[in-house]
Design a protein. Sequence first.
Length: 285
Amino acid sequence: MPEIINPREHDLGGFKVRRALPHASRRRIGPFVFFDHMGPHTFPPGEGIAVRPHPHIGLATVTWLWEGCIRHRDSLGSVQDIQPGDVNWMIAGSGIVHSERSPESLQDHAHPIHGLQTWIALPVEQAEMAPAFEHHSASSLPRLVRDGVDLTCVAGHGFGMRSPVSVQSDTLYVAIEMQDGADLEIPPEHVERALYLVEGEAELDGMPLPPWALVVLDEGSLPRLRAQGRARLMLCGGAPLGPRFVWWNFVASSRERIEQAKQDWAEGRFAKVPGESEFIPLPER
């Protein structure tokens, strides 16, 4: 019986996200240490995402959208709108600061948002690498369409595809769209794998998949996924990197590194985001 991770729901001022990782029962899936499903949600006119500048260390962030648009700004000077099907890949490494906001042009009218935000831990030997940012358009990502199944390799490799995203470890991140009755065998090419049902209904070896939950696949297994109607899923995983400490927006292999990052942010030693004057204070916890 596969392990099922039911996410916790967070209300961000009327905007809900479901957090599947980290979870009390499981902290990581391969290198993935954070898994947030945001939306689907429609913002009324005058509202939108407004995440003030905040820091990260020791990880890479991945943003993937089905609906909406988010403007990314960071302390490297990057300014990039992400549209559905694109990939924003930000390597925090030794330290980066970024903000995420709905573009002003969208806030003139009601607009939707629906997507995933995930963090991938960096290998210990690369945890302090220089920060970097990449944007990959939807057209640049490898795609495989056959027998009612549409696969996009978001990051890493899978199903004979390899994404152009600069991953630092063995990574599996594939977007799956399925027509009614289509089926897909999940190959055992990665040590750890998990499926997340975003929309619709699907079965895994005859077992109905719960919506909005991470279903951890048995290592080495060759399960078959079958859609009941149209279905949308994400497949994530890869090689485990070992234990990590996660506190607020920081990921590290030692508590000492987390404490140093906390002190650096509290004392203003992180680089600033050009064009931004706000910031999120260090939480008092």
